[in-house]
Every structure is written in C-alpha cells, then in structure tokens.
Ligand binder design. Structure first.
Ligand SMILES: [Zn+2]
Length: 275
C-alpha cells in the first residue's frame, strides 16, 4: 500500500504536488491466459505489485515519484485463442499510450516511465517512448517491471526479456518466457491463493533452443508466434519447480534494481541544456 498513488489525490492537490522533476510511473500488465495454474491477471498483478514497491522505496529515498493505476488491458494477441484473454489490438494500445502521454503532458510533470509486466507490449512501448517525446516533449522510459541488476540480464518475471530468470533450472533452457518458473514463483510470493501448483505443467519448446540466431530474447532473429504454436497448455517454460522462496528473492532483487534504475531516470537528461 503506497502513499504515492497520484489518483488518490484531488486534482487540485495533484497539480500542486507535481513539478517539472516529478516522475510518473505507469505499470503495464495484461489479462491473458497463463496456463492452468496461474490467474489471467498475472502480468497486471505482478507489474502493479513490483512497481508500487519500487515507487514506495524510491519515494522513501527522496525521489519525487508517483504511480498511476496499472494499464491492465494491453496487447495479448499471442493468446487470442484462449478464452479469458482480454486484449487490445496494437492500433488501440498505441492510441491509448498516446492519449495517456498527452494527459500526463498536461500536468507539470515531464517524465513518464512505463514499468512493463508483459513482454508482448515491449515493442509498442519502445515506439511510444519516441512518439510521446516528439509529440509532447516528455522524457519517456520503458523498463521491465521485473528487472535484474545491471549486467546480469534483461529482466525476469514476465517483462520484456523475461527469459533471464537467474533462479530458473537448466531444464527451462532459457525459454521460460510465459507462466514458467519466474512468473509462477512471483505469484506464489505475492498471491499464493491464486496459484494451483497441482495443475502446473512443463512446456518448453526444446527445438527452439537448438537455433543459434533465432529465439525469443537476446537473439538477433525474432519471429512471429502465437502461444499455441507451442502446444495447447498456454505455458512456455517450466513452472513445476517454482516456489514462493524463489519468488521472494526475485521480487526483492527486482525492486532493488528498479529503485537504482529510477534514481538514474531522475538524473537523466538528453544533453547539456536539454529538458
Ligand atoms: Zn505473464
């Protein structure tokens, strides 16, 4: 429970509270199939919990930082085949991000940070970064909600670069990008009542690991895919060895790294004399 929820202020108080150095964070999640063992709101839940914890700690450090409600409906078309997935087209999400940026730009704040809990949003958020800078002059940033310390990998737990889960077993082959060890452990940590481990099943597309250039993350050749290209379970990874203990470790390390990243964002300027 953070005291930094911007929408819990009155409009008058929000305008007074915000200034040109204020940072506004918006978690981006998803409502999408996460296999038989995890809830549909896994990505929205984790993005919100990780972002609120990071914002709280950054605020305690003295940063002028505020959080907006999680954008839960996003681009989940890779899971369109699974009932319960509620997804926006890329056109709708792009227009939504532009409209949010326009609204943020109407406040005194100049910095907007997307903390993303769903890998499928990553490419569009990169486009939005530039679009919102060009149209509204905002400083814009995108980072995974589940992030690792600099130098150890791209992210964990459902964000862009989600394969880099340092606690995953070797049997996941670095392919645990959806409902696998990392995400399942994190949900076991924050909302164990929403997980049914008796239904967790391993579904690793092992043939993909045999390609040197083609892959999901940190490989030069990407490819278009639907989650049911890899079988009917909706899982891409191995959740069977997930644990609340691993989730606690991933959560704490992610929050620490996010706070460090937010400190960098607070002092980042594009160049001398640039806003
Ligand atoms: Zn997810």
């Amino acid at each position: 429970m953070t005291g930094r929820r911007l929408v819990e202020l009155s409009g008058t108080a929000a305008t007074t509270a915000l200034g040109p150095d204020s940072i506004i964070v918006i978690p981006t999640g998803a409502i999408e199939h996460h296999g038989p063992h995890l809830p549909l709101n896994t990505d929205a839940l984790l993005a919100g919990e990780l972002a609120e914890a990071a914002v709280d700690r950054a605020a305690a450090d003295g940063l002028d930082i505020w959080i907006l409600p999680t954008l839960s409906y996003t681009k989940s078309d890779e899971h369109h085949w699974a009932p319960g997935t509620i997804w926006l087209s890329w056109e709708t999400l792009m227009a939504t991000l532009v409209d949010i940026g326009r609204s943020v730009a109407a406040t005194p704040a100049r910095t907007l940070v997307f903390m993303n809990g769903h890998g499928g949003n990553g490419a569009l958020l990169q486009v939005a970064n530039r679009e919102l800078r060009r149209r509204f002059g905002l400083r814009t940033f995108t980072m995974p909600a589940g992030i690792q310390r600099a130098g150890t990998g791209a992210g964990a737990g459902g964000g862009a670069g989600a394969a880099a889960d340092p606690l995953a077993g070797a049997d996941e082959l670095g392919l645990g990008i959806h409902a696998g060890h990392g995400e399942t452990s994190l949900v076991l940590h924050v909302r164990p009542d929403l997980v049914d481990m008796s239904l967790a099943e391993r579904n690793v597309p092992e043939h993909v690991a045999g390609f040197e250039y083609i892959g999901f993350n940190n490989r030069p050749v990407s490819f278009g895919w639907m989650s049911n290209d890899f079988g009917p379970s909706g899982v891409i990874g191995d959740p069977t060895l997930a644990s609340a203990e691993a989730g606690a470790t991933l959560f704490d390390e992610s929050v620490a790294a996010s706070v460090a990243a937010l400190h960098e964002i607070a002092r980042f300027r594009h160049g001398a004399g640039q806003s």
